[in-house]
Design a protein around this ligand. Structure first.
Ligand SMILES: Nc1ncnc2c1ncn2[C@@H]1O[C@H](COP(=O)(O)OP(=O)(O)OP(=O)(O)O)[C@@H](O)[C@H]1O
Ligand SMILES: [Mg+2]
Length: 265
């Protein structure tokens, strides 16, 4: 691609997450092509690009769902490329869908409480466990109230509607409290009533934490509202990276992306 816009990287502030020449090939097809990019704390980066551009695959490489063909992933400067999904989750990578079906036969509340409990990492002490149990239940209820799922607290997860399952994913992610939140089209398949709940939550996460948020999203109005920065993937490669106004106005987006997107909006 020509006309790459590249964001300034402050050499004094180490990025929370970065990828270096990250590449994956499926047979002859390069789905993610030498992507070098750094993400800073407190920044919400929207990742855009046409269908098949490699956005989900880039997420898969960061969260460890698939192994990279070459290149590296770093979390707080430490290389995590060879680590498992579970190890990356413990280290601070929080990807929504990995948590969806944690305990499908337990209730909504129990799922959130278990994630909060694993986060609290309490020792085996029966007396403190009893008081912690109440604290964790309250914390879980508070999170469910934020995602407007309190009325469904007792419901078994496998019986939730699609929209409620997506909200639960966000609830579990909030309970986990990762350093990096990764959302891949979080409102896909949601009704027009439900989508704003999730988008407001992401806005809330951004406003009230210094966490890093990566958001794959097709809807330009959502991106315009939430993103501090946009990166564009095209044919697996990083085609643009910068502040939303600059990237939206760049030739690369106007030609490769906006044409299709404007039709969608
Ligand atoms: N496991 C796989 N095996 C083979 N090819 C794959 C695999 N995963 C993804 N691909 C291919 O890699 C390319 C990138 O796909 P990806 O799903 O990352 O795109 P995307 O940007 O998320 O698209 P969309 O906007 O439709 O979600 C596509 O050509 C896809 O067919
Ligand atoms: Mg995708």
């Amino acid at each position: 691609m020509r006309g790459i816009v590249q964001a300034d990287v402050d050499p004094m502030t180490p990025p929370i997450l970065s990828t270096s020449d990250l590449t994956v090939r499926f047979g002859g097809h390069v789905a993610v092509d030498a992507v070098t990019c750094a993400f800073n704390a407190g920044e919400l980066t929207a990742i855009v690009g046409p269908n098949g551009a490699g956005k989900t695959t880039y997420f898969n490489l960061i969260s460890g769902q698939i192994p990279a063909t070459s290149g590296s992933v770093f979390l707080r400067g430490q290389e995590i490329t060879g680590r498992s999904v579970a190890q990356r989750t413990r280290a601070g990578i929080g990807r929504a869908f990995q948590l969806t079906s944690l305990f499908p036969n337990l209730s909504v509340l129990e799922n959130v409480r278990l994630v909060a409990q694993s986060k609290a990492d309490q020792g085996f002490n029966l007396w403190s466990m009893a008081s912690k149990h109440t604290e964790l239940t309250q914390a879980a209820e508070q999170i469910l109230s934020r995602v407007r799922l309190l009325d469904q607290a007792a419901q078994v997860v496998s019986e939730l509607s699609h929209g409620d399952q997506r909200k639960l994913e966000v609830a579990l992610l909030i309970a986990l409290g990762p350093a990096v939140y990764m959302f891949d089209e979080p409102t896909a398949g949601m009704s027009v009533d439900e989508a704003p709940v999730v988008l407001d939550l992401i806005a809330d996460l951004k406003a009230h934490s210094d966490r890093t948020i990566l958001l794959v999203e097709h809807k330009m109005d959502v991106i315009a509202k939430l993103a501090d920065r946009i990166i564009v993937l095209h044919n697996g490669a990083l085609a643009a990276d910068g502040d939303p106004a600059t990237v939206m106005a760049s030739d690369v987006v106007q030609e490769a992306y906006m044409g299709r997107e404007l039709e969608d909006v």
